[in-house]
Design a protein around this ligand. Structure first.
Ligand code: FPP
Ligand code: MG
Length: 299
């Protein structure tokens, strides 16, 4: 499979560094859904330049998660022990730096236009992570700030992946960029919903983890808007707190009562539908199917 060729390319890049420990650490990382690779391959086929582009994007994504787990003090990543938990923060940070800088070195060799698009997305990614940290300090109801952070943190790299693939394939970069943008935003919105609706086993991380970590995601912002004054105080008091079973139930039943999940899901669906329409108008059935599958995912 072509996805395997991307994996082999990453391993080849890392072998060139001549450091067995780094290679071993990389091989131990849990594989994600490889959504960015799938987008790139579906848009642009499987020439060597495309495989290389997908490899650099996955390395950057892996780097950002290594750093994110240090920042979030997360012990698990996709159900496995995180690198910061098993090897310590210093190793996780440096491993992220190695992946990121090697990816950037290789990017220069692919196309300067693609290198520009992707490196700009990494700036956005980093600004988004910083905004996330600041927004998580205290309870807030700033939907615009939250959405702009989501765009930077998650959508920017998907949008850059789709745009880069379009550049290399000689397709309309603006249209594919829009597709990646919508898909990226909807992806993170659904992630935020699943954190509330799914159990720990399915997610590979504790449920309602976002709120405990301090992240006031869209469903919590919408819930706050619906609550009475006294209930609002309760919700704010639970922010960043390890929840008892009763408190967890209180949040979940308040979400249910006010149909918050439906509202948040509908918002993600508008973005996905737009992406589907766009791809259907371009005759890109596989890309439209990726968008359809995303709205139905459970983890
Ligand atoms: C996950 O968010 C985090 C990201 C998608 C981006 C993190 C970006 C950086 C750390 C900056 C970029 C740095 C480099 C070196 C490329 P989350 O914590 O909401 O999601 P999670 O539940 O998967 O942890
Ligand atoms: Mg995190």
């Amino acid at each position: 499979m072509v996805v395997d060729a991307v994996e082999r390319k990453i391993e080849q890049y890392l072998s060139e560094l001549d450091d067995q420990y780094v290679l071993k650490l990389y091989k131990g990382l849990p594989h994600g859904k490889r959504l960015r690779t799938k987008l790139i391959l579906k848009i642009a086929g499987s020439s060597l330049k495309i495989i290389k582009t997908a490899a650099t994007v996955e390395m950057i994504h892996a780097a950002s998660l290594l750093h994110d787990d240090v920042i979030d003090d997360a012990n698990t990543r996709r159900g496995k022990k995180s690198v910061n938990a098993s090897e310590g923060n210093k190793t996780a940070i440096m491993m992220g730096d190695i992946l990121y800088s090697k990816a950037f070195f290789e990017l220069n060799d692919i196309s300067s236009e693609v290198a520009k698009v992707i490196s700009n997305a990494v700036v956005q990614l980093s600004l988004g992570e910083l905004a996330d940290v600041r927004l998580s300090e205290k309870f807030h109801t700033n939907r615009d700030a939250y959405l702009s952070m989501l765009y930077q943190k998650t959508a920017s790299l998907m949008e850059a992946s789709a745009e880069s693939a379009a550049i290399l394939a000689g397709k309309n970069r603006k249209a594919y960029r829009q597709y990646g943008h919508n898909l990226g935003l909807a992806f993170q919105m659904i992630d935020d919903i699943l954190d509330i609706t799914e159990d720990t086993e399915t997610l590979g991380k504790p449920a309602l983890h976002d709120f405990v970590e301090g992240k006031v995601t869209l469903p919590y912002i919408y819930l706050y808007e619906k609550l009475l004054e006294e209930e609002r105080k309760v919700l704010v008091s639970l922010h960043k707190k390890i929840l008892t079973n009763d408190e967890e139930l209180w949040i979940k039943s308040a979400m249910k009562k006010h149909r918050i999940i439906e509202k948040s899901y509908a918002e993600a669906k508008v973005l996905v539908d737009e992406a589907i329409d766009l791809m259907e108008s371009l005759g890109e059935e596989d890309l439209s199917n990726i968008a359809k599958a995303m709205i139905e995912r459970k983890f």
